[in-house]
Design a protein around this ligand. Structure first.
Ligand SMILES: O=C(CO)[C@H](O)COP(=O)(O)O
Length: 260
């Protein structure tokens, strides 16, 4: 089932096949909220085991990257056909760790988004500002530029299955600090305006970066936030379930306010 609020986790380079099975066995046994589309993004080697363990449960499966070509001399890369063969639906593209560690460019991300769409995969495009851009008050324009470049040249009629994740680089990981709801509202508002103007109101903008059970409620309650993308706090099933429960409360409060 697909709901409009997305909540997911990328495990980055964590969890073996055995750990994946045990995590997902616990996750699918829990009552997951119908108001949310839950997704997990394990490592490549664990994808078949993840697919098998998820079975018919309402958990979407994603991969952490892919090459745009279907096959070829690209040592160490994974193709869209390989992901489809593993039963993957979502593909995460342009995470800041790949932009930094693998020098992934906006043009690379655009080629991957095009390929994902051509292969009926759901691209999850990650964008984010650096500390200097935050300090210069240029967060929103930096993120808007990345979104425009990632989606450049693609007909909007093909983009309805796309997901965008705003992940400030300064908010990610052990040394990161979560963005304030005010900052998130401002950046998400700017991205929402861009997407809505182009007829992409159905494309959700997720927030990621130091999300945990303590702040997920406030973030989910923030205008313009169409989902949460969680790292460390969701690397155990119990942790993820706590974040989901907190987000569910925040989302319910936001919906109650909207209908009051
Ligand atoms: O990719 C992320 C979410 O899966 C992101 O990098 C956030 O990581 P976190 O700061 O460990 O939550």
């Amino acid at each position: 089932m697909t709901s409009s609020f997305w909540i997911g986790t990328s495990w980055k380079m964590n969890n073996t096949i055995a750990e994946t099975r045990s995590y997902l066995t616990e996750l699918v046994a829990a009552p997951l909220p119908e108001s949310m589309s839950v997704f997990v993004v394990p490592s490549f080697t664990a994808l078949p085991a993840a697919r098998e363990t998820i079975g018919d449960a309402p958990v979407h499966l994603g991969a952490q990257n892919m090459h745009w070509d279907e096959k070829g001399a690209h040592t160490g890369e994974i193709s869209p056909l390989m992901l489809l063969e593993c039963g993957v639906e979502i593909v995460e593209l342009g995470h800041s760790e790949r932009r930094t560690d693998q020098a992934e460019s906006d043009a690379d991300v655009n080629a991957k988004v095009r390929s994902a769409i051509a292969h009926d995969l759901r691209p999850l495009v990650c964008v984010g500002d650096h500390e200097e851009e935050l300090a210069a008050g240029a967060s929103a324009e930096t993120v808007i530029r990345q979104v425009k470049l990632a989606l450049s040249g693609i007909d909007t009629s093909q983009l309805s299955r796309c997901l965008i994740a705003y992940e400030p680089v300064w908010a990610i990981g052990e040394s990161g600090r979560v963005a304030s709801p005010e900052h998130v509202a401002a950046v998400h508002g700017a991205v929402r305006d861009l997407l809505d103007t182009h007829g992409l109101a159905a494309v959700p903008v997720l927030y990621g970066g130091s999300v945990n059970a303590g702040n997920a409620g406030a973030l989910a309650a923030t205008a313009g936030v169409g989902g949460l993308f969680v790292g460390r706090s969701a690397w155990t099933a119990g942790g993820f379930l706590e974040v989901i429960a907190a987000a569910e409360k925040g989302l319910a409060a936001r919906n109650a306010l909207a209908t009051a």
